[in-house]
Design a protein around this ligand. Structure first.
Ligand code: GLU
Length: 471
């Protein structure tokens, strides 16, 4: 049975890399009819916050990556980690270390090796007296893992064989002197107890894996399989970071990115179904997903691609789905009005979803349909409000007053025959009409707009333009 997990540390927002990890775990679980476990790794008290945990859960919900078990909070499971660390001490596979940070730093400096210095096992070789003395002094003690000799290897499901000499691994701390576990201990204990079959995570963890495999063996447990996802790079080909701009997933939601666009973007960061299609539904992604198709090369984070996907997805969405996504972008009174006229708004959405970059833009466009006293846009006036515009609209208003039934076809016919009568081009009516109805330079096909607004509203909007706009 496939069981995977997403195990974020709630020390910051869920960023793009973390979200991709969550997505790949979720896709793999769904594809294999397995389970997707959510575990919050909040053992670093100072850097973790409950607020961030909630935010991460929100981001996962927004991406529709629902979990089957959890969230489990490591801060509630401390006794388990302590027990395992003590067990390893009893079995001679770990030892108490009384060295203080300062002492360790001093020895590191004296060695001249800097960061290459490894813990010198001083506490492994303490005499009984020395140990007793430390205990009597009440010195805080940590538990360090006794790294055995040899070579540790594993076959990464994406990156291939990884091999590390154990002599390059220091006796790392399992349990800190304050009683809190280090990441290596808690991750191994939990992955085992939660019966995780595959650990899928970012490649920044690849050199943690040999340490963890050593721990599994020391505890007498079978390690899971590992798959490390290649690091995401910024456009300058350096590791993606804040320098490259916004990387928090929820910030993209605020910018009007749809969750499906985000998911497709994240999926395509390291994976390709090998088909010539722009995007997939969640179900289609699940159907096609496999770890074999995850690419080894480092993907580049390309915001233009995300924007392009988003626009494509918005224009292909059913109005009902778009409605759900746009609603949060409408404020106060406007939102209320939209909710009251839901059926009508669905028709409007059908018109405006083409050529919209993001949900914010859809919201702004929609607002122009919902309120009559919108602002005429400067660029629209400059381009389309020419001398003669008013005269034409005045005549068109007469025609439209008399028009029955009032629909797109009739409105177009009336406009064209008026243009002919006045010896003018139809465009010299259409553009000012667009300005009068929506105040914008571009819009959906204008006669569709006329029909969806309806007779009363069209007449009122033309009257307003005639009153407020210059000759
Ligand atoms: N809490 C770790 C992180 O957020 C999890 C790493 C792992 O998946 O093992 O990086």
């Amino acid at each position: 049975m496939v069981r995977v997990r997403f195990a974020p540390s709630p020390t910051g927002h869920l960023h793009v890399g973390g979200a991709r990890t969550a997505l790949f775990n979720w896709l793999f679980a769904r594809k294999k009819s397995g389970k997707f476990v959510l575990r919050i790794e909040d053992t670093d008290l100072e850097r973790s916050s409950q607020e961030m945990s909630f935010e991460i859960l929100n981001a996962l919900r927004w991406l529709r990556l629902e979990w089957d078990e959890g969230p489990f909070y490591q801060s509630k499971r401390l006794h388990l980690y302590r027990r395992m660390a003590e067990r390893l001490v009893e079995e001679g596979k770990a030892y108490y270390c009384y060295c203080t940070k300062e002492e360790i730093e001093q020895r590191r400096e004296a060695s001249g090796k800097g960061r290459a210095w490894k813990y010198d096992r001083r506490c492994l070789h303490l005499t009984e007296e020395e140990r007793k003395k430390f205990e009597e002094e009440g010195r805080p003690k940590a538990i360090r893992f006794l790294v055995p000799e040899g070579i540790t290897e594993f076959e990464d499901l994406i990156l291939g064989k990884v091999s590390v000499k154990n002599q390059d691994i220091e006796d790392f701390v399992l349990l800190k002197s304050d009683g809190y576990p280090t990441y290596h201990l808690s991750v191994v204990v939990d992955d085992h107890l939660m019966k995780i079959s595959h650990v899928i995570r970012g490649a920044d963890h690849i050199y943690n894996t040999p340490k963890q495999i050593l721990l599994y063996r020391a505890l007498g447990w079978e390690p899971p399989l590992f798959a490390h996802l290649p690091l995401i790079l910024g456009p300058d080909r350096k590791k993606l970071s804040k320098r490259h701009g916004e990387t928090s997933v929820l910030a993209f939601r605020e910018k009007g990115i749809t969750s499906l666009a985000m998911v497709n973007f994240l999926a395509q960061l390291s994976w390709s179904p090998g088909e010539d299609r722009d995007f997939y539904t969640m179900e289609e992604l699940v159907e096609r997903f496999s770890l074999e198709r995850v690419k080894k090369s480092n993907p580049v984070f390309d915001l233009d691609k995300l924007a392009w996907l988003n626009s494509k997805i918005i224009s292909s969405m059913e109005s009902e789905d778009l409605w759900e996504e746009v609603l949060p972008f409408l404020k106060g009174e406007i939102r209320k009005r939209a909710e009251e006229k839901r059926e009508w708004v669905l028709k409007v959405l059908n018109l405006i979803k083409e050529r919209s970059r993001d949900l914010r833009e859809v919201g702004e466009k929609l607002e122009r349909y919902l309120v009559r006293d919108f602002q005429y846009k400067e660029d629209a006036l400059k381009k389309h409000w020419k001398p003669g515009a008013k005269e034409g609209l005045r005549r068109l208003l007469e025609e439209y007053r008399a028009l029955e039934p009032f629909n797109a076809e009739g409105a177009e016919r009336a406009l064209r025959s008026l243009a002919e009568k006045m010896g003018r081009k139809a465009a010299s009516f259409i553009h000012p009409l667009r300005v009068a109805l929506l105040g914008e330079r571009v819009s959906p096909p204008i006669f569709d707009v006329v029909e969806v607004l309806g007779k009363d509203e069209v007449l009122l909007r033309i009257e307003r333009a005639l009153k407020e706009l210059p000759d």
